[in-house]
Design a protein around this ligand. Structure first.
Ligand SMILES: Cc1ncc(COP(=O)(O)O)c(C=O)c1O
Length: 393
Protein backbone atom coordinates (compact mmCIF):
# COMPACT_ATOMS: atom_id res chain seq x y z
CA UNK A 1 0.00 0.00 0.00
CA UNK A 2 1.20 3.50 -0.78
CA UNK A 3 2.28 5.53 2.20
CA UNK A 4 0.27 8.46 3.57
CA UNK A 5 1.21 11.36 5.83
CA UNK A 6 1.27 9.60 9.19
CA UNK A 7 0.70 12.82 11.04
CA UNK A 8 -3.01 12.50 10.26
CA UNK A 9 -3.16 9.21 12.19
CA UNK A 10 -2.63 11.33 15.29
CA UNK A 11 -5.76 13.38 14.65
CA UNK A 12 -9.08 11.91 15.69
CA UNK A 13 -12.10 12.48 13.47
CA UNK A 14 -13.96 15.29 15.14
CA UNK A 15 -16.83 14.25 17.41
CA UNK A 16 -18.59 17.40 16.20
CA UNK A 17 -18.57 16.12 12.62
CA UNK A 18 -19.75 12.66 13.72
CA UNK A 19 -22.68 14.22 15.62
CA UNK A 20 -23.53 16.46 12.68
CA UNK A 21 -23.66 13.41 10.38
CA UNK A 22 -25.98 11.64 12.78
CA UNK A 23 -28.26 14.65 13.02
CA UNK A 24 -28.45 14.89 9.23
CA UNK A 25 -29.35 11.19 9.02
CA UNK A 26 -32.11 11.62 11.62
CA UNK A 27 -33.47 14.69 9.82
CA UNK A 28 -33.41 12.84 6.50
CA UNK A 29 -35.51 10.16 8.20
CA UNK A 30 -38.14 12.80 9.09
CA UNK A 31 -37.18 13.46 12.75
CA UNK A 32 -37.65 16.98 14.02
CA UNK A 33 -34.35 17.97 15.62
CA UNK A 34 -33.63 21.05 17.71
CA UNK A 35 -30.12 21.84 16.49
CA UNK A 36 -28.09 23.38 19.30
CA UNK A 37 -24.77 22.04 18.06
CA UNK A 38 -23.49 24.31 15.28
CA UNK A 39 -21.40 27.38 16.11
CA UNK A 40 -22.92 29.48 13.36
CA UNK A 41 -25.00 32.65 13.88
CA UNK A 42 -28.71 32.14 13.16
CA UNK A 43 -28.77 35.59 11.52
CA UNK A 44 -28.40 36.22 7.79
CA UNK A 45 -25.53 38.38 6.56
CA UNK A 46 -26.74 42.00 6.40
CA UNK A 47 -28.28 42.74 2.95
CA UNK A 48 -26.04 45.81 2.46
CA UNK A 49 -22.97 43.56 2.73
CA UNK A 50 -24.43 41.21 0.13
CA UNK A 51 -25.21 44.20 -2.14
CA UNK A 52 -21.60 45.36 -1.85
CA UNK A 53 -20.28 41.97 -2.95
CA UNK A 54 -22.74 41.76 -5.85
CA UNK A 55 -21.79 45.21 -7.06
CA UNK A 56 -18.08 44.38 -6.81
CA UNK A 57 -18.67 41.31 -8.97
CA UNK A 58 -20.60 43.34 -11.51
CA UNK A 59 -17.76 45.88 -11.49
CA UNK A 60 -15.36 43.15 -12.57
CA UNK A 61 -13.69 42.29 -9.27
CA UNK A 62 -13.71 38.65 -10.27
CA UNK A 63 -10.00 38.10 -10.94
CA UNK A 64 -6.94 37.47 -8.77
CA UNK A 65 -6.18 40.19 -6.24
CA UNK A 66 -3.14 40.92 -4.06
CA UNK A 67 -2.22 37.87 -1.92
CA UNK A 68 -1.71 39.96 1.18
CA UNK A 69 -5.21 41.42 0.78
CA UNK A 70 -6.47 44.67 -0.73
CA UNK A 71 -5.16 47.83 0.88
CA UNK A 72 -8.77 48.93 1.38
CA UNK A 73 -9.52 45.88 3.53
CA UNK A 74 -6.20 45.96 5.41
CA UNK A 75 -6.90 49.60 6.29
CA UNK A 76 -10.40 48.66 7.46
CA UNK A 77 -8.93 45.87 9.63
CA UNK A 78 -6.34 48.24 11.14
CA UNK A 79 -9.11 50.75 11.87
CA UNK A 80 -11.23 48.02 13.49
CA UNK A 81 -8.31 46.91 15.70
CA UNK A 82 -7.73 50.48 16.78
CA UNK A 83 -11.44 51.20 17.33
CA UNK A 84 -12.44 47.96 19.10
CA UNK A 85 -9.24 46.80 20.79
CA UNK A 86 -7.13 49.92 21.13
CA UNK A 87 -4.31 48.15 19.26
CA UNK A 88 -2.36 49.99 16.54
CA UNK A 89 -1.39 47.94 13.47
CA UNK A 90 0.27 49.09 10.25
CA UNK A 91 -1.92 47.98 7.33
CA UNK A 92 1.11 47.98 5.02
CA UNK A 93 3.20 45.46 6.95
CA UNK A 94 1.34 43.92 9.88
CA UNK A 95 -1.88 42.52 8.42
CA UNK A 96 -2.66 39.56 6.15
CA UNK A 97 -6.16 38.87 4.81
CA UNK A 98 -7.01 35.18 5.16
CA UNK A 99 -9.60 32.60 4.24
CA UNK A 100 -11.48 32.91 7.54
CA UNK A 101 -10.14 32.68 11.08
CA UNK A 102 -9.12 29.05 10.64
CA UNK A 103 -6.76 29.98 7.80
CA UNK A 104 -5.39 32.89 9.84
CA UNK A 105 -4.63 30.36 12.58
CA UNK A 106 -3.09 27.97 10.04
CA UNK A 107 -0.80 30.59 8.52
CA UNK A 108 0.11 31.87 12.00
CA UNK A 109 1.16 28.44 13.18
CA UNK A 110 2.94 27.63 9.89
CA UNK A 111 4.89 30.86 10.21
CA UNK A 112 6.40 30.09 13.60
CA UNK A 113 6.47 26.32 14.18
CA UNK A 114 9.29 23.91 13.44
CA UNK A 115 8.77 20.14 13.67
CA UNK A 116 9.00 18.98 17.28
CA UNK A 117 8.11 22.34 18.83
CA UNK A 118 5.78 22.22 21.83
CA UNK A 119 2.66 24.38 21.83
CA UNK A 120 0.71 25.07 25.03
CA UNK A 121 -3.04 24.92 24.51
CA UNK A 122 -5.66 25.23 27.26
CA UNK A 123 -7.98 22.28 27.80
CA UNK A 124 -10.89 22.58 26.96
CA UNK A 125 -10.40 24.36 23.66
CA UNK A 126 -11.71 24.21 20.07
CA UNK A 127 -10.25 20.97 18.62
CA UNK A 128 -8.54 22.71 15.68
CA UNK A 129 -6.17 24.51 18.03
CA UNK A 130 -4.46 21.24 18.95
CA UNK A 131 -5.06 19.45 15.63
CA UNK A 132 -3.32 22.20 13.66
CA UNK A 133 -0.22 22.02 15.87
CA UNK A 134 -0.12 18.26 15.27
CA UNK A 135 -0.68 18.61 11.50
CA UNK A 136 2.36 20.90 11.45
CA UNK A 137 4.41 18.27 13.32
CA UNK A 138 4.37 20.13 16.59
CA UNK A 139 3.32 18.72 19.97
CA UNK A 140 0.07 19.97 21.46
CA UNK A 141 0.60 20.16 25.22
CA UNK A 142 -2.72 20.63 26.95
CA UNK A 143 -2.85 22.98 29.94
CA UNK A 144 -5.80 22.23 32.24
CA UNK A 145 -8.41 24.98 32.39
CA UNK A 146 -10.96 23.24 34.60
CA UNK A 147 -14.40 24.52 35.54
CA UNK A 148 -13.12 24.95 39.10
CA UNK A 149 -10.75 27.70 37.96
CA UNK A 150 -13.35 29.41 35.78
CA UNK A 151 -12.06 27.61 32.65
CA UNK A 152 -8.86 29.68 32.74
CA UNK A 153 -5.57 27.85 33.52
CA UNK A 154 -4.14 28.47 36.96
CA UNK A 155 -0.85 30.27 36.49
CA UNK A 156 1.15 27.35 37.92
CA UNK A 157 -0.28 25.11 35.18
CA UNK A 158 1.48 27.18 32.50
CA UNK A 159 4.73 26.99 34.45
CA UNK A 160 4.37 23.25 34.88
CA UNK A 161 3.65 22.65 31.17
CA UNK A 162 6.59 24.70 29.88
CA UNK A 163 9.70 22.91 28.55
CA UNK A 164 12.70 24.31 26.62
CA UNK A 165 10.93 23.04 23.47
CA UNK A 166 7.90 25.27 24.05
CA UNK A 167 7.50 27.68 21.17
CA UNK A 168 4.07 29.21 21.64
CA UNK A 169 0.99 29.62 23.76
CA UNK A 170 -2.39 29.46 22.05
CA UNK A 171 -5.19 31.52 23.59
CA UNK A 172 -8.83 31.73 22.55
CA UNK A 173 -10.88 34.27 24.43
CA UNK A 174 -13.82 34.47 24.67
CA UNK A 175 -13.42 30.71 24.55
CA UNK A 176 -15.14 28.14 22.42
CA UNK A 177 -16.61 26.14 24.22
CA UNK A 178 -16.79 27.94 27.60
CA UNK A 179 -17.22 31.64 26.80
CA UNK A 180 -14.66 32.46 29.50
CA UNK A 181 -12.00 35.15 29.21
CA UNK A 182 -9.28 36.34 31.60
CA UNK A 183 -8.58 39.77 33.08
CA UNK A 184 -6.06 42.26 31.74
CA UNK A 185 -3.84 41.50 34.76
CA UNK A 186 -3.81 37.81 33.87
CA UNK A 187 -2.90 38.56 30.25
CA UNK A 188 -0.17 40.93 31.34
CA UNK A 189 1.35 38.27 33.57
CA UNK A 190 1.10 35.69 30.79
CA UNK A 191 2.86 38.03 28.37
CA UNK A 192 5.64 38.55 30.92
CA UNK A 193 6.00 34.78 31.24
CA UNK A 194 6.06 34.42 27.44
CA UNK A 195 8.71 37.11 27.15
CA UNK A 196 10.87 35.60 29.84
CA UNK A 197 10.71 32.12 28.27
CA UNK A 198 10.88 33.24 24.62
CA UNK A 199 7.42 32.21 23.44
CA UNK A 200 4.97 33.53 20.90
CA UNK A 201 1.34 34.09 21.84
CA UNK A 202 -1.19 33.10 19.21
CA UNK A 203 -4.51 34.64 20.17
CA UNK A 204 -7.69 33.47 18.45
CA UNK A 205 -10.20 36.26 18.99
CA UNK A 206 -12.97 35.27 16.56
CA UNK A 207 -15.54 35.78 19.34
CA UNK A 208 -13.96 39.05 20.49
CA UNK A 209 -17.00 41.18 19.75
CA UNK A 210 -19.48 38.76 21.35
CA UNK A 211 -19.38 39.56 25.05
CA UNK A 212 -21.96 40.24 27.77
CA UNK A 213 -21.31 42.10 30.99
CA UNK A 214 -17.73 43.14 30.38
CA UNK A 215 -15.63 43.55 27.24
CA UNK A 216 -12.64 41.20 26.90
CA UNK A 217 -9.18 42.69 26.51
CA UNK A 218 -7.36 41.68 23.34
CA UNK A 219 -4.08 39.84 23.91
CA UNK A 220 -2.51 42.40 21.57
CA UNK A 221 -3.72 45.36 23.63
CA UNK A 222 -1.60 44.55 26.67
CA UNK A 223 1.52 46.66 27.09
CA UNK A 224 4.47 45.52 24.93
CA UNK A 225 2.45 42.52 23.73
CA UNK A 226 2.45 43.25 20.02
CA UNK A 227 6.01 42.06 19.37
CA UNK A 228 5.13 38.48 20.32
CA UNK A 229 1.42 38.32 19.53
CA UNK A 230 -0.17 36.72 16.48
CA UNK A 231 -3.77 37.89 16.43
CA UNK A 232 -6.29 35.68 14.64
CA UNK A 233 -9.73 37.05 13.84
CA UNK A 234 -12.48 36.88 11.25
CA UNK A 235 -15.81 38.31 10.22
CA UNK A 236 -17.50 34.91 10.57
CA UNK A 237 -19.10 35.13 13.99
CA UNK A 238 -19.26 38.89 14.65
CA UNK A 239 -20.82 39.81 11.29
CA UNK A 240 -22.76 36.57 10.61
CA UNK A 241 -20.47 35.85 7.64
CA UNK A 242 -19.31 32.28 8.29
CA UNK A 243 -19.82 31.21 4.68
CA UNK A 244 -17.86 34.13 3.20
CA UNK A 245 -14.59 32.76 4.50
CA UNK A 246 -12.77 35.95 5.30
CA UNK A 247 -10.56 36.75 8.25
CA UNK A 248 -7.16 38.15 9.09
CA UNK A 249 -3.87 37.70 10.86
CA UNK A 250 -2.31 40.72 12.58
CA UNK A 251 1.30 40.15 13.64
CA UNK A 252 4.87 41.51 13.48
CA UNK A 253 6.05 42.14 9.87
CA UNK A 254 8.44 39.15 9.73
CA UNK A 255 5.62 36.81 10.78
CA UNK A 256 3.36 38.36 8.13
CA UNK A 257 6.10 37.77 5.53
CA UNK A 258 6.08 34.04 6.32
CA UNK A 259 2.29 33.89 6.53
CA UNK A 260 2.07 35.63 3.17
CA UNK A 261 4.26 32.94 1.61
CA UNK A 262 1.99 30.31 3.18
CA UNK A 263 -1.06 32.06 1.71
CA UNK A 264 0.48 32.66 -1.71
CA UNK A 265 1.40 29.01 -2.03
CA UNK A 266 -1.94 27.63 -0.89
CA UNK A 267 -4.91 29.92 -1.67
CA UNK A 268 -3.32 32.71 -3.83
CA UNK A 269 -5.74 35.29 -2.45
CA UNK A 270 -9.17 35.79 -0.92
CA UNK A 271 -11.74 36.62 -3.64
CA UNK A 272 -11.60 40.40 -4.28
CA UNK A 273 -15.41 40.85 -4.21
CA UNK A 274 -15.47 39.17 -0.78
CA UNK A 275 -12.73 41.53 0.41
CA UNK A 276 -14.76 44.51 -0.85
CA UNK A 277 -17.78 43.36 1.16
CA UNK A 278 -15.61 42.66 4.21
CA UNK A 279 -14.13 46.17 4.14
CA UNK A 280 -17.64 47.58 3.98
CA UNK A 281 -18.84 45.38 6.86
CA UNK A 282 -15.94 46.43 9.10
CA UNK A 283 -16.40 50.15 8.55
CA UNK A 284 -20.04 50.96 7.77
CA UNK A 285 -21.84 52.30 10.89
CA UNK A 286 -25.13 50.49 10.17
CA UNK A 287 -23.28 47.17 10.09
CA UNK A 288 -21.71 47.91 13.48
CA UNK A 289 -25.25 48.49 14.80
CA UNK A 290 -26.29 45.15 13.26
CA UNK A 291 -23.44 43.45 15.18
CA UNK A 292 -24.62 45.14 18.38
CA UNK A 293 -28.19 43.94 17.70
CA UNK A 294 -26.97 40.36 17.30
CA UNK A 295 -25.08 40.66 20.55
CA UNK A 296 -28.27 41.88 22.22
CA UNK A 297 -30.14 38.82 20.91
CA UNK A 298 -27.46 36.44 22.26
CA UNK A 299 -27.56 38.32 25.52
CA UNK A 300 -31.35 37.88 25.74
CA UNK A 301 -31.01 34.13 25.13
CA UNK A 302 -28.22 33.89 27.68
CA UNK A 303 -30.55 35.48 30.24
CA UNK A 304 -33.27 33.08 29.16
CA UNK A 305 -31.06 30.05 29.91
CA UNK A 306 -29.92 31.52 33.22
CA UNK A 307 -33.56 32.16 34.19
CA UNK A 308 -34.60 28.64 33.16
CA UNK A 309 -31.75 27.09 35.10
CA UNK A 310 -32.92 28.93 38.24
CA UNK A 311 -36.50 27.85 37.62
CA UNK A 312 -35.64 24.19 36.93
CA UNK A 313 -33.09 23.90 39.76
CA UNK A 314 -31.33 20.84 38.37
CA UNK A 315 -28.40 19.24 40.18
CA UNK A 316 -27.69 17.24 37.05
CA UNK A 317 -27.27 20.21 34.70
CA UNK A 318 -25.13 22.95 36.19
CA UNK A 319 -24.85 26.24 34.39
CA UNK A 320 -21.98 28.72 34.46
CA UNK A 321 -22.88 32.06 32.83
CA UNK A 322 -20.63 32.52 29.77
CA UNK A 323 -18.79 35.87 29.67
CA UNK A 324 -18.74 35.87 25.88
CA UNK A 325 -19.21 33.86 22.64
CA UNK A 326 -22.54 32.08 22.05
CA UNK A 327 -22.13 28.82 23.93
CA UNK A 328 -23.14 27.31 27.25
CA UNK A 329 -20.81 24.61 28.52
CA UNK A 330 -23.25 22.61 30.63
CA UNK A 331 -21.78 20.66 33.53
CA UNK A 332 -23.43 17.22 33.58
CA UNK A 333 -20.67 15.45 35.50
CA UNK A 334 -23.21 14.49 38.18
CA UNK A 335 -24.56 11.89 35.74
CA UNK A 336 -21.22 10.06 35.67
CA UNK A 337 -21.65 9.31 32.01
CA UNK A 338 -19.25 9.97 29.10
CA UNK A 339 -20.30 13.14 27.31
CA UNK A 340 -20.47 11.35 23.94
CA UNK A 341 -23.07 9.03 25.41
CA UNK A 342 -24.97 11.94 26.98
CA UNK A 343 -25.15 13.66 23.58
CA UNK A 344 -26.13 10.50 21.72
CA UNK A 345 -28.90 9.71 24.17
CA UNK A 346 -30.26 13.26 24.26
CA UNK A 347 -30.26 13.27 20.47
CA UNK A 348 -32.05 9.90 20.17
CA UNK A 349 -34.51 10.39 23.03
CA UNK A 350 -35.18 14.14 23.03
CA UNK A 351 -34.21 15.18 19.52
CA UNK A 352 -31.72 17.85 20.66
CA UNK A 353 -28.34 18.18 18.91
CA UNK A 354 -25.36 19.05 21.16
CA UNK A 355 -21.59 18.63 21.08
CA UNK A 356 -19.84 16.40 23.65
CA UNK A 357 -17.48 18.30 25.93
CA UNK A 358 -14.78 15.66 25.42
CA UNK A 359 -14.40 16.94 21.83
CA UNK A 360 -12.62 19.93 23.40
CA UNK A 361 -10.19 17.96 25.59
CA UNK A 362 -10.09 15.75 28.67
CA UNK A 363 -11.27 18.59 30.92
CA UNK A 364 -14.49 18.74 28.91
CA UNK A 365 -15.48 15.20 29.86
CA UNK A 366 -18.91 15.21 31.52
CA UNK A 367 -19.84 18.53 29.90
CA UNK A 368 -21.89 19.27 26.78
CA UNK A 369 -21.78 22.36 24.58
CA UNK A 370 -25.09 24.01 23.74
CA UNK A 371 -25.31 27.00 21.38
CA UNK A 372 -27.51 30.05 21.84
CA UNK A 373 -27.06 31.00 18.18
CA UNK A 374 -30.53 29.54 17.58
CA UNK A 375 -34.04 30.97 18.01
CA UNK A 376 -35.25 31.83 21.53
CA UNK A 377 -37.91 29.10 21.12
CA UNK A 378 -35.34 26.45 20.21
CA UNK A 379 -32.99 27.51 23.00
CA UNK A 380 -35.81 27.33 25.57
CA UNK A 381 -37.32 24.07 24.30
CA UNK A 382 -33.88 22.49 23.90
CA UNK A 383 -32.67 23.45 27.37
CA UNK A 384 -35.91 22.22 28.99
CA UNK A 385 -35.55 18.88 27.21
CA UNK A 386 -31.91 18.52 28.28
CA UNK A 387 -32.84 19.09 31.93
CA UNK A 388 -35.90 16.82 31.73
CA UNK A 389 -33.75 14.05 30.25
CA UNK A 390 -31.00 14.52 32.85
CA UNK A 391 -33.47 14.43 35.73
CA UNK A 392 -34.79 11.05 34.50
CA UNK A 393 -31.33 9.43 34.71
C1 LIG B 1 -12.41 29.29 18.39
C2 LIG B 1 -12.64 29.32 16.93
N1 LIG B 1 -11.68 29.82 16.13
C3 LIG B 1 -11.83 29.87 14.79
C4 LIG B 1 -12.99 29.40 14.20
C5 LIG B 1 -13.10 29.44 12.72
O1 LIG B 1 -13.60 30.65 12.29
P1 LIG B 1 -13.75 30.97 10.75
O2 LIG B 1 -15.13 30.56 10.34
O3 LIG B 1 -13.55 32.43 10.65
O4 LIG B 1 -12.72 30.21 10.01
C6 LIG B 1 -14.00 28.85 14.98
C7 LIG B 1 -15.21 28.30 14.37
O5 LIG B 1 -16.03 27.67 14.96
C8 LIG B 1 -13.83 28.82 16.39
O6 LIG B 1 -14.77 28.34 17.19
Amino acid sequence: MLNLNQQFDLIRQSATVAMADRILALKAGGRNIIGLQVGDPDFETHPAVIETALKAMQDGQTHYGPSVGTMELRRAIAAKLQRDEGAAYDPASEILVTHGGIHAYYTAMQSILNPGDDVLIPDPSWATHANMAVMLRGNAIRVPAPAESGFIPQFESWLKAWTPKTKAIVLNYPSNPTGAFPSREYLTKLHEFAKERGMWIVSDEVYGSLFYEEKPVSAAAVENAKERTLLVNSLSKSYAMTGWRVGFLAAPPRVIQNALKAGQNSITCVAPFIQKAAAFALTDPQIQRFTADMRAAYSRRRQLVLRLSLELESDKVKVTPPQGAFYFFLDMRALNMPSVEICERILEQEGVGLVPGSAFGAQGEGFVRMVISASDEDVEAGFRKIVKWAERQ
